[in-house]
Design a protein around this ligand. Structure first.
Ligand code: MLT
Ligand code: MN
Ligand code: ZN
Length: 302
């Protein structure tokens, strides 16, 4: 885990809510925004999402830093996007000093980034992008045959995307609402058979996501909000969790508790979320369900 908070992080620059103030006072753990790193081996790391504070996250994680060798190098191999929200893509602009970025996304997510943010155009003037359309039914390899690095046997990891209901980002009004604007990813380590589900933007459960939840050894799940009107209670006029495409922890706690995975954690935590406070009853309920509240630098093996 590089960073664990939703857009804005904890504390958010302009927020004086109880959690953000407590984070400034050292009483709630600070959190950078939502990105995850998956290591197949030391020279093949994959990111799920690229949050705006990605350079700081890389500074905090030696495994993500350049090794001795050519003056410019990085173990970051590919980046997989769950959606086109700014908190998941702005970090891509900060990776422009390297070679072409291998970015995996659904067709509508790519279209949003190209048409509304000019991502391909802008990065085309620097590193360039090699786009990969995500695999939905069959597992695909990471990195694929398009770019084997390291030893022939090393680095192989399998992944597939799971379609989720989700609206396009606020800046992409012309996108069609019924396209695939949000996906979860399931990773499979063929050497151990371990499976990891990464799902930071879940509007609602569907059959495929349920099946993956019950078929994963580790689950990182949307923990943006505890309750539906958490944000509007602090920021009048703000959208509800539902309108923002996030199932609440109040709704997900029971089915996540029942999932057989050994490691379960809430990710993409908004700074308003009461589970962040160390002594809250909401945090205690999550702990009692056998689920962790993810934190920056959290690590586990699959
Ligand atoms: C979300 O997860 O709902 C978005 O990050 C909201 C935003 O982009 O501000
Ligand atoms: Mn977000
Ligand atoms: Zn706050």
């Amino acid at each position: 885990m590089l960073g664990s908070a939703a857009g804005g992080g904890v504390p958010q620059w302009n927020c004086s809510c109880a959690n953000c103030q407590a984070a400034r006072d050292g009483k709630v753990q600070k959190r950078t925004q939502s990105s995850i790193a998956i290591a197949a081996d030391a020279s093949n790391l994959f990111l799920v999402n690229a949050s705006p504070d990605l350079p700081l996250q890389i500074q905090a994680a030696s495994a993500l830093q350049p090794k001795l060798g050519p003056v410019r190098n990085s173990p970051i191999s590919d980046i997989l996007l769950t959606n086109a929200d700014l908190d998941h893509v702005l970090g891509l602009f900060s990776l422009r000093e390297g070679g072409p970025l291998h970015i995996h996304a659904s067709v509508p997510v790519r279209a949003t980034l190209e048409n509304c943010l000019g991502l391909t155009n802008i990065l085309g003037a620097f590193c360039g992008i090699v786009w990969h359309e995500v695999h939905f039914e069959q597992y695909g390899s990471l990195p694929g045959d398009y770019r084997r690095i390291g030893s022939a046997s090393g680095g192989a990891l399998q992944y597939r995307a799971i379609m989720l209901a989700g609206t396009p980002p606020a800046f992409a009004k012309q996108s069609l609402p019924n396209e695939v604007h949000s996906v979860a990813y399931q990773f499979l380590d063929p050497q151990t058979g371990g499976r990891l589900l990464v799902a930071p933007d879940v509007a609602a459960l569907n059959d495929e996501l349920c099946a993956a939840l019950h078929d994963s050894n580790a689950v990182l799940f949307d923990g943006t909000f505890w309750s539906p009107d958490e944000l509007s209670a602090l920021k009048p006029g703000a959208r509800s969790a539902d309108q923002m495409g996030h199932i609440t922890i109040q709704r997900s706690l029971e089915f996540l508790k029942a999932a057989p995975a050994r490691t379960k954690a809430y990710i993409h935590l908004n700074n308003t979320n009461p589970v962040l406070a160390p002594d809250s009853r909401e945090g205690a309920a999550v702990k009692a369900a056998g689920i962790e509240v993810a934190y920056d630098g959290m690590e586990f093996e699959l």
